[in-house]
Design a protein around this ligand. Structure first.
Ligand SMILES: [Cu+2]
Length: 229
């Protein structure tokens, strides 16, 4: 009995040490980049009256081209660390909902993306690519999901041939990345420590880059101010 208790305690100690080591290794392996993207110009959100599939699309739609939130934060900008390895592969999903692409900008690692149709009407996915093969495919209402491949890094414009106003973007980026929220902020985790090039991309405002020094287990802040063209 006594021996069993000692053995159990020893195993518990070893397990505890292993867990601690794993946690420490994770923290030492990478840091977090908190990016803050601002734009000192006017928002560009187009409104359009429509008369097609109005029960799903409504009669007025908005096209989000430059979305500026409080404190000049620029939404829908992709911040990435293209040279860094070890980005976590999460499944990218782009939905067609209310005759809009949701989210407006989706970021993914090269690989597969799931295209959803939540509208119960016909959509036709049409991508504009140079590095990846273009996709031009009907997605009838009964086809709730389809899986497509985008294997080369590229910012891919996505439209729908049924609803001319539908516009979205798929950012295929090789390293850890994120998309800014309505306040122009995104957090990128698990970035390898050391000097890293951080790149920001916006669909109409273009690209900028900065070098940052990522600290293991810490948060490195970086700010960008996009210039209008
Ligand atoms: Cu559509």
């Amino acid at each position: 009995m006594r021996k069993t208790l000692m053995t159990t305690t020893a195993i518990a100690l070893v397990n505890g040490a292993a867990m601690w080591l794993a946690a420490t290794a994770g923290a030492q392996g990478g840091g977090t980049i908190e990016a803050d993207v601002k734009y000192n110009g006017a928002p560009v959100v187009e409104k359009l009256k429509v008369n097609k599939d109005t029960e799903k699309c409504g009669t007025e739609v908005t096209i989000d081209k430059v979305v500026v939130g409080g404190n000049k934060g620029l939404a829908n900008a992709v911040v990435s660390v293209p040279g860094a390895k070890g980005a976590t592969k999460t499944k990218a999903v782009l939905d067609q909902h209310g005759c809009k692409f949701v989210p407006h900008v989706v970021v993914m690692q090269p690989g597969e993306i799931e295209i959803k149709n939540s509208d119960d009407i016909l959509h036709n996915l049409h991508t504009y690519s140079t590095a990846n093969p273009a996709i031009n495919k009907a997605q009838p209402k009964f086809k709730k999901t389809m899986t497509e491949k985008l294997e080369k890094p590229e910012f891919v414009k996505v439209t729908c041939d049924v609803h001319s106003w539908m516009l979205g973007w798929v950012a295929v980026v090789p390293g850890p990345a994120g998309v800014t929220d309505k306040d122009g902020v995104t957090k990128i985790e698990n970035v390898p420590a050391g000097k890293q090039k951080v790149e920001v991309w916006h669909e109409t405002l273009g690209k900028m880059e900065k070098e940052v020094d990522v600290k293991a287990g810490g948060v490195t802040k970086v700010s960008f101010e996009m210039k209008g063209k």
